[in-house]
Design a protein. Structure first.
Length: 513
């Protein structure tokens, strides 16, 4: 990290791979995590919280591999206030050029009740665990979870203990999204004024968006003296999510006159990361989301369009290219070659190796045979499908043929490959999608419940691709599946199979006890 000590420099700590991935259904594969970490590193994120190593073997492996590969960012692993957790986090991050251990404990009355510790007992735990962590690593972050509902005096006391025990960053989490901008600032000011040693460490702000104030709360904490913002791409995170990286970074850039802070973020990489995170998490970005929503730069009303034609700054406070939205008029079609496809995908944030391009090109040609004009959104949908870890998938669709119409029963003839074995069946149902899902259930019996089934047209026209999203639940574990095809029933089958494959990955993940 360079120049992070300068007064107006704000450290960007990205927790998409930890707090973001924790949101139900947002499971990412190992390779997806590595890819996102690489992009975050390239974008200039100062600290990447790569996971919760004690949570599962998969989390541990991902944090360790990201640590080995990171070039510029500090790599951080989360741990509870337990020496075993801390050791595991250290084993994962110690491979990084710049490792950090982040350890936390809930300090509010609500959270103290869970381990049933009184204030003094908890203070001892904090002293012991932070000391243990600091003996392993020089860069220690400590969080009093639910800080914004912790009594002021107790918060000052435990922060002082953590600083004395060797914490170098103190994070103030608004765990349940309860605070408001004025209070967020007040807490940081109080800590800076009252806690001995507060000037020697960095205060961080970590906000959740339950009341829609995460961005405002984070920026307000910075105004009061916090110098690290914890955030996620697209605001991904449990419940209503976390502070969105793109919002705080662009707010500080666009309104630098009143928020004179600097970050190291290359903002032109924002859009690609946003798309990548939406793709792998299965959490689509809402159209009117600030900065990265599809409509964020669209001006439809006549007055706005007229103004924009005369001068862009009539209605535009930032330029699309500032966040990496390319001016792309080039529509692809069946005569487009491999080089054009590669260039276009690169514009859209997918820099493909030759073997990947070969596979995508075959799929692109197949799509172009069915659809005259291929738009950016079609290509992004194609990439979403490619992102499903096909070679590691337990279940793959070999073929599907559906009979539907006014006179039933609707019938699906389906062939799947399950763990290398070919199986097939014919099933009926209440409509073609129901028949298709019944066929999957016959071939792969499971207890997972379909919670959500949604169909969206990717572009306009009757030959448009449909993107189908499904959400499935099994024993409290949730997985999202997504797929696109010009045939809605095929897209439905692939989305359902995609969710089942992810559920199988989830089955192997054991949560920390
Ligand atoms: O929201 C929260 O309190 C957290 C902590 C683990 C930092 O994510
Ligand atoms: Zn959090």
């Amino acid at each position: 990290m360079t120049d992070s000590n300068s007064q107006d420099r704000v450290i960007i700590f990205d927790t998409t791979l930890r707090d973001g991935e924790q949101s139900p259904g947002a499971t990412m594969t190992h390779n997806e995590k590595l890819e996102i970490a690489e992009l975050l590193d390239e974008m200039g994120v100062d600290v990447i919280e790569a996971g919760f190593p004690i949570a599962s073997e998969g989390d541990f492996e991902a944090v360790a591999e990201i640590s080995r590969r990171s070039k510029n960012s500090v790599i951080c692993g989360l741990s509870r206030a337990k020496t075993g957790d801390i050791d595991r986090a250290w084993d994962a991050v110690k491979h990084a050029a710049q490792p950090r251990i982040h350890t936390f404990i809930g300090t509010s009355p609500q959270h103290r009740a869970i381990p049933n510790l009184n204030m003094d007992e908890m203070a001892d735990v904090i002293h012991n665990t932070v000391t243990h962590a600091r003996n392993l690593c020089d860069n220690i972050q400590w969080s009093p979870m639910d800080a914004t509902r912790t009594e002021d005096d107790y918060l000052c006391r435990v922060v002082e203990i953590a600083i004395k025990a060797g914490a170098t960053t103190i994070n103030i989490p608004d765990t349940v999204g309860y605070t408001a901008p004025a209070e967020s600032a007040k807490i940081i000011k109080m800590l800076l004024e009252r806690v001995p040693g507060a000037d020697d460490i960095i205060f961080a702000t970590h906000c959740h968006n339950d009341l829609g104030m995460a961005t405002a709360n984070a920026l307000s904490a910075v105004d009061a003296g916090a110098r690290q913002i914890e955030c996620t791409i697209n605001g991904l995170g449990e419940r209503a999510g976390n502070t969105a990286l793109e919002e705080v970074v662009m707010a500080m850039r666009v309104r630098n006159d009143i928020m004179p802070y600097q970050t190291r973020i290359d903002t032109t990489k924002i859009m690609n990361l946003s798309r990548m995170v939406a793709t792998v998490s299965g959490f689509a970005v809402q159209y009117n989301k600030a900065i990265v929503g599809k409509n964020a730069f669209a001006h439809e009303s006549g007055i706005h369009q007229d103004g924009m034609l005369k001068s862009a700054d009539t209605f535009e406070i930032m330029r699309p290219e500032d966040v990496g939205i390319a001016e792309t008029n080039l529509v692809m079609g069946k005569h487009s070659g491999r080089a054009a496809l590669r260039a276009k995908l690169k514009d859209l944030g997918h820099d493909l190796a030759d073997n990947q391009l070969k596979d995508v090109f075959v799929r692109f040609k197949a799509l172009a045979d069915r659809k005259k004009e291929i738009f950016d959104d079609d290509l992004l949908a194609l990439m979403r499908d490619t992102a499903s870890d096909a070679e590691h998938d337990h279940i793959q669709l070999n073929s599907l043929r559906v009979v539907c119409g006014t006179s039933g029963p609707q019938t699906a003839e389906m062939a799947l490959e399950i763990d290398g074995e070919d199986v097939s069946t014919t099933a009926t149902g209440d409509g073609p999608v129901d028949a298709t899902f019944n066929a999957i259930k016959e071939l792969f019996p499971h207890g997972a419940r379909l919670q959500l089934y949604q169909v969206h047209a990717v572009t306009e026209g009757t030959d448009a691709q449909a993107t189908v999203s499904v959400r499935m639940e099994e024993d409290g574990k949730i997985a999202q599946g997504q797929s696109s095809d010009t045939d809605t029933v095929v897209a439905s089958a692939k989305a359902y199979i995609n969710a089942l494959n992810k559920l199988m990955v989830r089955r192997m993940k054991t949560k920390p006890s």
